[in-house]
Design a protein around this ligand. Structure first.
Ligand SMILES: Cc1cc2nc3c(=O)[nH]c(=O)nc-3n(C[C@H](O)[C@H](O)[C@H](O)COP(=O)(O)OP(=O)(O)OC[C@H]3O[C@@H](n4cnc5c(N)ncnc54)[C@H](O)[C@@H]3O)c2cc1C
Length: 342
């Protein structure tokens, strides 16, 4: 197979890891094509927007906030802040252990996308297309289902478009581990084994719209009892407009035990648990549930990324680098660096 460095590089997955990888490769002069099965970028940094009787509402129902410890990631977050797509969330936080409420001792800064959690990825994807240098290509609603090694490079087959005409000098998977396994298994059994070693946990999320401000003295709470793990006043995040919205995340244990249930079975339980914490009564709110089949990996790997120079296949994502948004960004950048050395 020819490995011409002038051939474009395919990135499958336009979450934080894939976009960070694309950005670094583009800066290094590569032509990049990014594919995602969704209608746009962001992956699990996700925001639901809809209309109901109260009008337009929005709520982040995947990642809630992100922290930035690494210096390079802090610099990147500063660029997002300057572009107006991220800001500090100065949230009033509490913890509840089933008996007492305490204030968590966490001096960390918490950032959110503005005006919604999808904004940093939206900005990165746009910069891939219209930033300086060779424009990248982004293709949405393209579910890559097969990789095939051919004499002139890697061929991709997607559910929506069949086998694509372009041949690629490298293919980089930036998808959750369980979704990397079927793509890797026929072409890179070692990569498939790394991905198969990771089990990702599910999570139920409930987005709650309230007619009046909820009289709780916090914006986010870590809940260490019952079915909930985290509740947050989404509308307290910077740049939000519209009605008061709250986001409830069920605990991993409860979510896993109820992952095959229907939304209308889980919602009453989680809304009642919120009411028990002092939230509004279930009958007073509008609510929508979302099931995340692959929310997080516990524990995530700490490999940074995975790269095979022989086949020119790679993988990046939060699950390879400690989990979380910061880990995903660093993993994507790490993989771009490995490719540059190859
Ligand atoms: C409920 C929940 C709460 C969270 N809370 C936090 C938090 O508070 N703080 C924090 O830092 N992190 C949090 N996270 C984790 C954070 O969202 C992730 O670490 C990060 O967004 C992962 O980015 P990624 O690029 O690795 O993967 P993803 O965001 O999952 O991106 C993968 C992309 O690949 C696409 N894809 C998959 N398969 C294919 C295919 N075959 N073809 C084409 N495209 C494909 C998907 O559509 C997706 O866009 C949370 C996640 C969830 C779900």
């Amino acid at each position: 197979m020819s490995h011409s460095t002038s051939s474009p590089i395919a990135i499958i997955g336009a979450g934080m890891a894939g976009l960070s990888c694309g950005k670094a490769l583009r800066q290094a002069g590569h032509t990049v094509h990014v594919f995602d099965k969704s209608r746009g970028p962001s992956g699990r940094m996700s925001t639901r927007q809809a209309e109901d009787a109260q009008g337009h509402w929005q709520c982040d129902h995947g990642a809630q906030y992100f922290t930035a410890r690494d210096l390079a990631f802090r610099a990147e977050v500063a660029r997002w802040q300057q572009a107006g797509v991220a800001a500090l969330w100065d949230a009033r936080l509490r913890s509840f252990d089933g008996r007492d409420w305490t204030t968590p001792d966490t001096p960390l800064e918490r950032f959110v996308g503005t005006p919604r959690m999808t904004s940093p990825c939206g900005w990165l994807a746009q910069r891939l297309v219209d930033g300086p240098g060779v424009a990248a290509l982004t293709r949405w609603q393209t579910t890559v289902q097969r990789l095939e090694r051919q004499a002139d490079g890697w061929a991709l087959t997607s559910t929506e478009h069949g086998t694509h005409a372009e041949r690629y000098g490298a293919v980089l998977l930036a998808v959750p581990a369980p979704q990397a396994v079927p793509l890797m298994s026929l072409v890179a059994p070692e990569g498939a084994a790394v991905a198969a070693s990771e089990r990702m946990r599910g999570s139920w999320a409930v987005m709650v719209r309230c007619e009046a401000p909820v009289a709780l003295d916090f914006d986010g709470a870590f809940v260490n009892t019952g079915p909930l793990r985290w509740v947050a006043r989404d509308s307290s995040k910077p740049g939000r407009t519209g009605p008061e919205t709250w986001l409830l995340h069920a605990s991993p244990q409860w979510s896993e035990a109820h992952i095959e249930c229907e939304a209308d079975e889980v919602m009453p339980v989680l809304l009642q648990a919120f009411a028990d914490l002092g939230g509004p009564q279930p009958a007073q709110v509008q609510a929508t549930a979302h099931r995340w089949r692959y929310a997080d990996t516990e524990p995530a790997l700490t490999l940074g990324c995975w790269w095979d120079a022989g086949s020119r296949l790679g993988m990046c994502g939060d699950w390879l680098n400690g989990g979380k948004v910061e880990g995903a960004w660093l993993s994507g950048r790490d993989l771009a660096g490995r490719l540059a050395l190859a």
